[in-house]
Ligand binder design. Sequence first.
Ligand SMILES: NC(=O)c1ccc[n+]([C@@H]2O[C@H](COP(=O)([O-])OP(=O)(O)OC[C@H]3O[C@@H](n4cnc5c(N)ncnc54)[C@H](OP(=O)(O)O)[C@@H]3O)[C@@H](O)[C@H]2O)c1
Length: 315
Amino acid sequence: MLYRRLGKSDLEVSEISLGSWLTYGLGVEADAAKACLDAAFEVGINFIDTANVYGRGAAETFLGEALRDRPRDSYVLATKVYFPMGPEDQGLSRAQIRKQLDASLQRLRTDYVDLYQCHRYDGSVPLEETMDALSEAVRSGKVRYIGFSEWPADAIRAALDLPDVERFVSSQPQYSLLWRRPEKEVIPLCAAKGISQIVWSPLGQGVLTGKYLPDQPAPPGTRATSDEMGGFIERLMQPKVLRAVQRLQPLAAEAGLSLAQFSLAWVLREPNVASAIIGASRPDQVRENAAASGARLAPGLFTQAEALIAEALQD
Ligand SMILES: NC(=O)c1ccc[n+]([C@@H]2O[C@H](COP(=O)([O-])OP(=O)(O)OC[C@H]3O[C@@H](n4cnc5c(N)ncnc54)[C@H](OP(=O)(O)O)[C@@H]3O)[C@@H](O)[C@H]2O)c1
């Protein structure tokens, strides 16, 4: 496993990290979830991503229990705030940040998180208030660094221009061969400002592993067939996209990689990406995906892959 510096922080994060959206505390049963986490540590993953809203606290509770016996400084722990935890509890006001951070720390059974991320931008709260509250969290020692997820470029710029507040070190966008929007504005802006990307759904929720075949039912036991986890994958499951993904198989084979590894290596080719946050329902997926770190392959293969996907997404 190779490691990259997270923005201007002193955190070194594994190129492949493990997330917990839909999976842990929710769709993947506890023993399998624990086996995935153990496999992650075995292969050198040191970076774990979660959010208060995942399973409405259940993912954090699972991680708090599963990480209990590991030295706290042996892994980098990231969580998030913004989405509703109850009818009155949402957003990025000072009161919410204080309340939700304390609740996250309690569920995670820790005194601090390494990275506290704003899960989205909250236009209903003055940016000054949000940044003040985040800075207070850092200065209190409960948070080491701050980040954001899917903020508009204007809001990122405005936050960076505020005086006397802590600086963001990370951005968490969706990014994969199937979703390249961050390349337009967010990646160049962040690269210039010392902010790294830690990207979500780098495998398009499993679509970029090639296991979903066009015009065929999804294999049993996959996210697409899951009542608990399948609610967000539909958009990526169009037959023309699945056909294009199958055309990537020979390119991955030429590189000596599985398609999952090839897709992750593509994400990691971007120097502003510090880590690709994978999801996993089984430990063998963690091991396979982790092996994408350090893969070296001819850049021409990536160019061909990009062209095939662009063509499919166009019509
Ligand atoms: N900031 C945000 O708004 C946001 C949004 C979404 C996610 N995230 C973060 O990003 C993390 C990753 O998102 P994601 O779970 O969508 O990522 P992903 O890595 O694109 O998809 C993960 C899913 O793909 C399947 N898979 C993974 N590796 C595989 C392999 N080698 N072979 C076959 N199938 C494989 C597994 O599902 P099955 O086995 O069930 O098919 C797994 O749960 C989340 O856990 C969360 O931490 C953040």
